[in-house]
Design a protein around this ligand. Sequence first.
Ligand SMILES: Cc1ncc(C[n+]2csc(CCOP(=O)(O)OP(=O)(O)O)c2C)c(N)n1
Ligand SMILES: [Mg+2]
Length: 591
Amino acid sequence: MATVTPPAVSGPSAAPAPAPAAAPVETIDGFQLVIEALKLNGLDTIYGLPGIPITDLTRRAQADGLRVLAFRHEQNAGYAASIAGFLTQKPGICLTVSAPGFLNGLNALAHATTNCFPMILISGSSEREIVDLQQGDYEEMDQLAVAKPVCKAAFRVLHAEDIGVGIARAIRSAVSGRPGGVYLDLPAKLFAQSVEAVAGRASLIKVVDPAPRQVPAADAIRRAVDLLKGAKKPLIVLGKGAAYAQADADIKALVERTGIPYLPMSMAKGLLPDTHEQCASAARSFVLPAADVVLLIGARLNWLLSHGKGKTWGGKSSKDWGGQKFIQVDISPIEADSNVKIDAPVVGDIASCVSALLKEVNAGWTRPPAEWTGAVHDKKTANVAKMAETLAKDPQPMNFHSALNVVRDIVKANPDAMLVNEGANALDFTRSIVDMYKPRKRIDVGTWGIMGIGMGYCVAAAVETKQQVIAIEGDSAFGFSGMEVETICRYELPVCIVVMNNNGVYKGTDKDPTGRDPAPTVFVKGARYDRIAEAFGGVGVNATTPAELRRAMEEAIRSRRPTLINAVIDETAGTESGRITSLNPSAAKKK
Ligand SMILES: Cc1ncc(C[n+]2csc(CCOP(=O)(O)OP(=O)(O)O)c2C)c(N)n1
Ligand SMILES: [Mg+2]
C-alpha cells in the first residue's frame, strides 16, 4: 500500500520544538477502489481484454482474488458478460481499453440492452481535456456520448472519491426494473489518483436491494385472471424474461394448475421440460392462430412473435389482428400496446406477478375445455410422429436432422449441460429438435438473431455454472468468435463445440454467376474446423456419420476436455435464412 507523509507544519516561533514524527497516512488508488467496489457488491468475475489504461486493473484484480477471463476480442468478452448477467441476475462485467476496444465491446452492450440482460461495460478512456478539445490523444474518443444511444444508462467517474457512487449507480441501472446494458467510463487519470485509504474505503457503497421487487396491483391481477377464466382456447407464452426471473417453481405451478397449453420462446425452453404434456411447441402454428386469450409472461410481442398479428395469429393479411385478447406480464409499464392492444397489462417483476396470479388460481378454477386441450394434443402428437420419422433416417451424407438426433439424445442424457446455439439452419433445427429439460440451459442468438455470441457464451456458461457446455454452431456463425477456442483451451473449460459444417451460410452450393469468385455465401469446401482445437491443445474430431458424432460427444462429456467436432453436413440440406425466409426482401417479393 502506498503511503504519503503529510508536509510538516511550520510553527510561528523562531526555534520550534522538534515536531513529533507524523504517522504516515495510508492511501488507496483508483485501481484498488474499483476492485474493492466490485468485490463489495459480489461482482467477482471480469470478462475482458487488457491494454492501456486497464492492464494493471486486470493484473491487480486477479491478484486480489477476482476471476479475470482474458479474451482474444472484446466483442466475445462482452457477450460473455451479457450472458453471465442473464444467468446470475448480477451485472456481467466486461472490461476494455479505450476507443477501439470500447467499440469492440459496444456491440455486446447493445445486445445486452436489447435482450434485457444486466451488464456493465467498463472501458478505460483517454485524457478528457485532450479528448474534448479533439487534440488527437492516444485512442481519442468521446466514449460516453457514443455509448449512450445503445445502453440503458451511461456514467463517467472523474474523481477517485466518486468510484463507489459510480459503480453503485451502474449496478442499480443494470439490474433494476427492466435489466440492460450500462456503460461506465473510467479515464486513465482516475486509476492513478490516490485518496486517504479510510475515507476512500468509506466512500464505497454496498448496494442494498439492487433490483427491488415490483409488486403488481391487485386490480390488474384480477382483471387478468377474469379474462383468462372466460377463455375457451387459452394459451401461455413464456419468454426469456420468465427464464431470467428464476421463479421456476411458481411458473411451473401456474402452468400446471391452470392446465393451459404453453409455448416457450427459445431461451424459455426447459422452464418446464419440453416433453411436458402441456407443451405446445410442436403445435406452434396451430395454437397461435387458434388461441382466444394469450397470457404473455416475460415475452414481448416483437418480430419473434410476429408482432402479435398477421397470418401467424390468424389475421387475414400480414398486418391484421387475429382477434386474440392479450394479458401481458412485464416489468416495463410501457411495453403494453407496443404492437397490438393489451387487454390486461400486469406490471411488475415476473416473480411477484406470477406469485400473485397463482394465488388467484385456486379451488374455483376450471381447466380449459377438453375440446381445446385435446385438439392441441392431437396436433402435437401428429407433428412429433412426423418428426420422429425424419429423425430416424440415416442419409449419406449426414444432414441436420440425423446429426441433431444425436445431440437430442446427448442433451437428454445430460440435462444439466448448457446448450449454446447459433447459426440459421443450425439454430432453427436445433431449437425444434433438441428438447430442453431444465431452466436457463439453452442460450442463443436472442432478440436480434445475432451471429457471434457462440464462444463468448461458452466461456461464461462454463465459468458461471461449472457445467458441461455443448455448443451447436453453424460454420458461418462459428467464424465470428472462433479464435476464442484458444481462450476455452487456455482456461481448460468443459466445452464441446459442434460445428455443423455445410460449407457456408445456409448452404454450400451457391455459385458466382460470372464464374470469377466464390459466391458470397460459401466457404472453403471440406474445411477442417476440428484442427483449430488441436492447434491449442484441445481435442479435434472430424465426424462424417451420426455414430462418429455420438462417440465424439460422449467422449468430450466424459473427459470434460475442450473439444471441437467438425460435423460434416450435406451442403444442400439447409434452406435460405433458415426459418425466417419471409424476412428476406427478394423472397418476400417472390410471394
Ligand atoms: C452479426 C451478424 N451478421 C450477419 C448476420 C446474418 N446471418 C444470419 S444467419 C448467418 C449465418 C448462417 O450460416 P451458418 O451459421 O453456417 O448456419 P447454417 O444455416 O448454414 O446452418 C448470417 C451471416 C447475423 N445474423 N448477425
Ligand atoms: Mg452453414
